[in-house]
Design a protein around this ligand. Structure first.
Ligand SMILES: [Zn+2]
Length: 464
């Protein structure tokens, strides 16, 4: 068999690995490259392979850097099945449709202003078309993929539906290879979701390395408590009659924050102020999560079995319409606002920022990575003034970071997950990390006695 690393090799986005045997071609993941807009658009618009030659795709999870190129491949002629865990089906369909809508809107706005606009990478009908090829599979059970390749999903505990993928590849001559792909591997103690399952032993291992050179400050033992930095920010804002705005990714982070805020209120750690979920995508993703109790950990199951709402409690308000969103600004008391666009690049969060940043009683809290050149990064770096819709905004609000919410295992957690399968593996490929992170993790694995460790570049092919 041959593996070609077509994305998330020497970087974290664009996850895509091609598995070829004498009789079939299967893609593991089909992700979009993300980053600076023009550069990402260029990379995503170049075909990485002949889409018509791919027989099937196996998807680890819904995040766009793992699924976002599906409509592009469909547009280029891919017609096979796309296998994923059951909760990943509605979540991926939602994210792809949202991606199409955003591209169409950006394109129309640029054209209206008479600027040259990049053509959307795909349309809503491409997103819908490829979603018609999605096949949901239960975890922990083998299913046939195509031409001698079978797969099995194991809970990766990263976001709803996220899985590690186990492949059994039977070559035309009868030879068998087992492959384990970690996907994005989560952490123990993450709210709502079960902890990641053990990785199955395999001859060939593809491991992520997002935090391959770092150890999180908060250990899993801490993560089970509502995040202290979050509670402290709520108390400070409420104490001075202000609002706490948290720009948050719609899938995963928004739900984790809701869980922690609910817990904090129920345990009396923070005042019961209204929590507005001001992101149509975040609201839909929260509903999808609530529909999949099969993914819940013991605490979440106990809650729903006791007839308590999982995330939409009495003080949580979903603001679906633009009018409802504007209403939040008119609300005079203290409140927490979870708004979409984790890096403040677009959407409703911009309106909240332009209202709240100029007043000292409010707090803007970042809970995730802010990429260079984004408004989120500028705020986090203390830039003042910042520019929103082209106008200068003087920052008087408090800007803080909430740590300990990462959904990726750190270096030690990844090493712990891989160590039990060390003796079985003859090849370990370190993918899905910035170069420094992947190289450091590869080196650590070699030092710990792993065999055949390699950090492939994008485009590298390896025959096994
Ligand atoms: Zn992910």
């Amino acid at each position: 068999m041959r593996i070609t690393f077509l994305g998330a090799a020497g970087g974290v986005t664009g996850s895509m690995h091609l598995i070829e045997t004498g009789r079939t071609r299967v893609l593991l993941d089909c992700g979009l490259f993300q980053g600076r807009r023009d550069e990402a658009w260029l990379r995503n618009s170049q075909p990485r392979l002949d889409a018509r030659s791919v027989d099937a795709i196996v998807l680890s999870h819904a995040h766009i850097d793992h699924s976002g190129a599906l409509p592009i491949l469909y547009r280029q002629g891919f017609t096979g099945p796309v296998y994923m865990s059951r909760p990943t089906v509605p979540l991926t369909a939602l994210l792809l449709a949202d991606g199409a809508a955003i591209q169409a809107r950006d394109n129309a706005q640029l054209k209206k202003r008479g600027r040259s606009a990049r053509e959307p990478l795909y349309t809503e009908s491409d997103a819908e078309g490829v979603a018609g090829h999605f096949v949901g599979q239960a975890r922990g059970r083998w299913f046939p993929v195509t031409g001698g390749v079978s797969a099995q999903f194991h809970d990766a505990g990263h976001i709803l539906g996220s899985s590690s993928v186990q492949l059994e590849i039977v070559e035309p001559d009868g030879g068998k290879v087992h492959l384990t792909f970690t996907g994005d591997y989560g952490r123990r103690g993450t709210p709502v979701l079960r902890d990641p399952e053990a990785l199955p032993p395999a001859d060939v291992v593809l491991t992520e390395s997002t935090y391959g050179d770092r150890v999180h400050e908060h250990r899993p033992e801490d993560a089970v408590r509502p995040c202290e930095e979050l509670c402290s920010a709520v108390r400070r804002a409420a104490g001075r009659g202000g609002k706490l705005l948290i720009p948050a990714f719609s899938v995963g982070r928004t739900q984790n924050l809701l869980w922690s805020l609910n817990e904090g209120m129920e345990k009396g750690l923070i005042p019961r102020v209204p929590v507005f979920v001001d992101s149509p995508l975040g609201i839909k993703a929260t509903r999808i999560m609530e529909e999949h109790p099969g993914e819940f950990d013991a605490a979440a199951l106990k809650r729903v079995r006791g007839s308590l709402a999982l995330l939409k409690t009495d003080h949580v308000y979903y603001t679906e319409t633009v009018e409802a969103s504007k209403g939040i600004n008119a609300y005079r008391g203290s409140a927490v606002i979870l708004a979409g666009s984790g890096m403040c690049e677009s959407g409703r969060v911009l309106h909240h920022l332009s209202h709240l940043l100029t007043e000292p009683e409010h707090i803007v809290a970042f809970s995730g990575f802010q990429a260079p050149y984004t408004l989120g990064r500028r705020l986090e770096d203390g830039q003042n003034p910042v520019f929103i819709f082209g106008d200068p905004v003087h920052v008087r609000a408090e800007v803080v970071r909430i740590r300990g919410l990462s959904a990726h295992a750190d270096q030690l957690e990844l090493l712990d997950a891989l160590t039990p399968i060390k003796s079985a593996a003859s090849h370990v490929f370190v993918v899905h990390g910035e170069p420094a992170s992947s190289l450091a993790f590869g080196q650590l694995l070699r030092e710990r006695g792993f065999k055949g460790v390699a950090v492939p570049h994008e485009g590298t092919s390896v025959t096994i």
